[in-house]
Design a protein around this ligand. Structure first.
Ligand code: GDP
Ligand code: MN
Length: 393
């Protein structure tokens, strides 16, 4: 039900979108985020049984794919959290689960706001066939989704909200509450520069309460600069992504705040490089130890990591050849950089130790800058980072 991604969007996780929804006054189930089985148990106790344990990954259809479990006891929480945390869901590894008070519902509705590009206007949508099959409903019986176009200059008028809700066949008892949810969702969509905002399902309880049981919110990338709190949510998940990547590559990696990417072989060497970057007035973007035997693939994985960090403006390699031979690392760096059509950031290399001279000869100076001492290499990387900063400011 989302607009085709013709522009880039930042996707919020369910728990993040629910924070935004709750701040706007929408009713969401009580919940706590968990990253381990023990945390899930503590969370379930504080939330109160029964709970839904929900994988936090950027894909829909988690329910059908086994990413959501309803449980009623500590033993069941353990089992569910163990299977969900670390599972792979449609290509994404799950590192976080939302432990949420389970809603006892009698009905599942769908409400959503997106941009109708054909009409050139936002559209508010309501359906009484909410739940896991809404995509099918949209494809097979689109008439079951009531659509109300909105003039962005005026917003969603209350009468339009009511028309959409009654048009979709929502029962009288909850109609005004659902219309008010739709109104709030539209205001959020508009104020937060969203491309899509969706609640599916919007659960209706036996007591006619209306609860947002799931939440989707995608933000137009080009507008993120004016949504700093949402942008911060992205770097939260972004840091996770980088650290996950590091785990897959088998690197020791810590993301820091600065803009000078640092790659070295050996923890002490990397620490020294961090200190020197600081000493020369720069700010390290990370700690990255690629360990011994740095063949092309490892080097290229390391570059992939530092280049993926949006803060990085310059990179310094600090390699000390022991068992790792300088010529081998040099070949690795060449090969890794030859794979890029355009090297995204300036790379400075300092090689010392076994076969360092051969290595420096081998390094392709069209691709990297080579410095004979660590001090010079770091100073140059710090300057490169400052130049780029100046150029892009
Ligand atoms: P999605 O599959 O990724 O869209 O995840 P949802 O959060 O929409 O959950 C999918 C389905 O799981 C819902 O439509 C419900 O049927 C079920 N479900 C999710 N949360 C709860 C809950 O709190 N209580 C109950 N009873 N069912 C839930
Ligand atoms: Mn859903």
């Amino acid at each position: 039900m989302r607009a085709a991604a013709r522009f880039r969007v930042m996707r919020l996780h369910e728990y993040q979108a629910k924070e935004v929804f709750a701040d706007a006054g929408l009713s969401v189930p009580g919940a706590t985020l968990a990253t381990s089985v023990d945390e899930a148990v503590t969370a379930a106790e504080s939330v109160g049984y029964p709970v839904a344990i929900k994988a936090q990954v950027h894909v829909g259809g988690r329910g059908k794919a086994g990413g959501i479990e309803l449980v009623e006891s500590e033993a069941e929480v353990r089992e569910a959290a163990e299977s969900i945390l670390g599972m792979e869901l449609k290509g994404y590894e799950v590192h976080q689960a939302l432990v949420e008070s389970a809603v006892d519902f009698v009905d599942e509705l769908y409400v959503g706001i997106t941009m109708d590009r054909g009409a050139g206007r936002p559209v508010a949508m309501v359906s009484t066939r909410g739940g896991v099959d809404i995509e099918e409903v949209a494809a097979e019986s689109p008439e079951d989704i009531f659509r109300e176009h909105v003039d962005p200059a005026f917003g969603l008028h209350p009468y339009q909200g009511r028309r959409a809700v009654y048009g979709a066949g929502v029962t009288r008892e909850v109609a005004s509450d659902v219309a008010s949810v739709l109104g709030t969702l539209y205001e959020l969509w508009d104020a937060r520069d969203a491309s899509d905002a969706e609640i599916n399902p919007l659960m209706i309880t036996a007591e006619d309460e209306v609860v947002a049981a799931d939440a989707v919110m995608n933000i137009d990338d080009d507008a993120l600069f004016r949504q700093p709190d949402l942008e911060a949510m992205e770097s939260e998940s972004y840091a996770d992504d980088l650290e996950r990547k590091a785990g897959e590559y088998g690197f020791d990696y810590v993301r820091l705040e600065g803009n000078v990417g640092i790659i070295g072989n050996g923890a002490g060497l990397v620490m020294t490089t961090l200190d020197l970057v600081d000493h020369y007035g720069g700010e390290p973007a990370n700690f990255l130890d690629i360990g011994g035997g740095a063949k092309a693939e490892r080097v290229s994985n390391a570059l992939d990591m530092v280049f993926a960090d949006e803060n990085v403006e310059a990179v310094v390699f600090n390699i000390f050849g022991g068992i790792t031979r300088g010529d081998e690392v040099a070949r690795g760096i060449n090969e890794a950089l030859e794979n890029f059509d355009e090297i995204p950031k300036d790379v400075v290399v300092r090689l010392a130790g076994t076969n360092a001279e051969e290595g420096m000869e081998i390094l392709n100076t069209d691709l990297v800058a080579v410095e004979g001492t660590l001090e010079d290499a770091v100073r140059r990387a710090v300057e490169n980072a400052k130049d780029t900063e100046g150029a892009s400011a």
